[in-house]
Design a protein. Structure first.
Length: 286
């Protein structure tokens, strides 16, 4: 059984699980989320590499596994799967399929809303590699620790630390900023490195604008060697989310990928900025 077949089979079984959970979890009082996301950018030129063309595709699937409510807060666990396909045109490099498989465990400390402080912790054992490598060198522990202080009913300050690979390498970095409910329609999440502004246009329709890092670092196999690839990318876009009559929400996003480069065994490739589009379907059960 090939890796690709196992991946397709697992994703198919995951969608069956998603539909089952969609019916089972509707009765829960706490938030659960399932979703599928597809993003594709245009062919971009690498001017420092003889005009090499490249295209980047991303598919992400998020599924809940469990949830528990306690008198001090909430526990969540799930599965996150992501495929990044980088295709080179006009080169013998061909294409590279890179995967991330994570099992995040989240804890939100919010004792019955009795405090102005709320603490969030995440531990996510994660595997970053192509289909050829399954060893400890491709496994890492992503984490996040955040504190939210509610100044009043409209404004909250956020401070914390994050460790992941979204900035293009495995590293930890600070996160800080403000969350502001400006009105019944406007909400701002201005917290580094994820900036987002939302506008409630209609009861079931929401508009938003955002900027976030969307890179990664993976181990991959080549000629019996284990090498490392870094992808640096920032996404800036606008989108619309529409809540359907079913439990699911549809989302369409258009934007621009910025400040991009690939670092791998053959050197560094700087990529021009490129427009992208993204579609997704998700459900949040509250």
């Amino acid at each position: 059984m090939t890796f690709r077949f196992r991946l397709v089979l697992s994703w198919g079984l995951s969608w069956v699980l998603l539909l089952v959970l969609a019916n089972v979890c509707r009765a829960q009082d706490d938030a659960l989320m399932v979703g599928y996301f597809h993003q594709e950018d245009s062919r971009v030129v690498a001017p420092n590499n003889g005009g090499l063309l490249a295209t980047v595709f991303q598919d992400r699937l998020a599924l809940p596994l469990g949830m528990r409510k306690t008198h001090t807060g909430y526990w969540f666990t799930g599965v996150h799967m992501q495929q990044t396909l980088i295709t080179f045109h006009g080169s013998n490099v061909g294409e590279r399929r890179l995967y991330r498989l994570a099992l995040p465990i989240d804890y939100i400390h919010d004792p019955l809303g009795a405090s102005d402080w709320k603490f969030t912790a995440r531990l996510a054992p994660s595997h970053y590699s192509d289909e050829r490598i399954w060893d400890h060198r491709a496994t890492d522990m992503d984490y996040a620790l955040k504190a939210n202080y509610a100044k009043n009913s409209h404004v909250a300050w956020v401070l914390g630390v994050i460790a992941d690979r979204r900035l293009g390498q495995a590293r930890y970095y600070p996160t800080m900023g403000v969350q502001w409910q400006a009105s019944s329609r406007w909400y701002h999440h201005w917290v580094f490195p994820d900036w987002r502004t939302e506008f409630q246009w209609r009861k079931a329709t929401q508009l938003y604008a955002h900027m976030r890092p969307d890179g990664g670092q993976w181990r991959y196999g080549k000629y019996n060697n284990h090498l490392t690839m870094h992808y640096v990318n920032w996404s800036m876009g606008v989108g619309v989310r529409h809540k359907t009559r079913t439990p699911f929400t549809l989302q369409l996003e258009l934007g621009q990928n910025l400040y991009r480069k690939l670092i791998y065994d053959q050197g560094t490739i700087s990529l021009n900025d490129s427009p992208y589009w993204q579609v997704s379907i998700e459900s949040r059960f509250e």
